[in-house]
Design a protein around this ligand. Structure first.
Ligand code: IPD
Ligand code: CA
Ligand code: CA
Length: 250
């Protein structure tokens, strides 16, 4: 399987299915509850049905945000979020993406993230780097006092806000991790014990391949599990110095 071609064409077809309902009330209607206890919106369901149908043909295991794990006994597993940022999508805020991360057994093999509104296609090839539209991307290192970070908290560690220049919480953590990988954010912090591997699996590969660090709230390297339910704390940064400051505050 030529993963980049398969996933890119899947993303393009998914775009045709979902974009007609971007910003429409219908997209945000609740249609159920997913495996992690979060609501499933109409757009989540439509997007996931299409993605599952396409991945089924490939005969690989899938871990997807709404349905959870589909194990067909393959050595390959795709951890996907058909639409990350579904609140944004339904509300007409143009920040959301299709997130795809492929593992062989537990080893990262390939990741892709397609941002529908900009048309940017991000890829990570473990050991070979991260790319945006085929061109290599790298994290950007700046002093903490100049850094822009995304920071999801429920009150914990709020002192961090005054130690960086900008805080931008964009509502689609997969996209925010891609922005870190390309150097337009320097940190992505979520310490609510709320994000799941489906939200971040592709983004983690992108950040690491772009030269960044991804750890938990104790500073330990994160190991992304093939799960749609597990909740995690995540700190992704462009460099050690910013990480030191974040860990001091949280
Ligand atoms: C959500 C987004 C958001 C994060 C939430 C996720 P969804 O995913 O990634 O940035 O804060 O924890 O649930 O529900 O839009 O796919
Ligand atoms: Ca998500
Ligand atoms: Ca989703």
């Amino acid at each position: 399987v030529i993963w980049n071609e398969v996933v890119f064409s899947l993303a393009k077809d998914l775009e045709k299915v979902v974009m007609p309902i971007f910003g429409k009330p219908k997209a945000g209607e609740t249609v159920g509850t997913n495996v992690s206890g979060d609501v499933t919106k109409y757009v989540d369901k439509v997007a996931e049905e299409m993605v599952l149908e396409r991945l089924k043909i490939l005969g690989i295991n899938v871990v997807s945000e709404e349905v959870g794990t589909i194990d067909v006994g393959s050595e390959y597993t795709a951890v996907v979020d058909p639409i990350d940022g579904s609140y944004n999508f339904a509300a007409g805020i143009p920040i959301f993406a299709f997130s795809f991360a492929l593992f062989r057994r537990r080893k990262p093999v390939y990741a892709a993230l397609y941002e529908f509104t900009t048309g940017n296609y991000y890829e990570a090839i473990p050991g070979n780097g991260a790319f945006m539209n085929g061109r290599p991307i790298k994290v950007q290192q700046v002093p903490a006092s100049r850094a822009a970070i995304s920071f999801y908290t429920r009150g914990r560690g709020v002192g961090l806000i005054s130690r960086v220049k900008r805080v931008r919480v964009l509502g689609a953590i997969a996209v925010e991790l891609a922005y870190l990988a390309r150097g337009t954010l320097q940190g992505v912090v979520d310490i609510r014990n709320y994000v799941r591997p489906t939200d971040v699996a592709a983004g983690v590969m992108l950040v690491r391949e772009a030269g960044g660090l991804v750890v938990d709230d104790s500073g330990k390297d994160i190991d992304v599990h093939l799960s749609a339910e597990e909740k995690m704390n995540l700190i992704a940064v462009s460099d050690q110095e910013l990480l030191r400051i974040i860990l001091e505050e949280v």
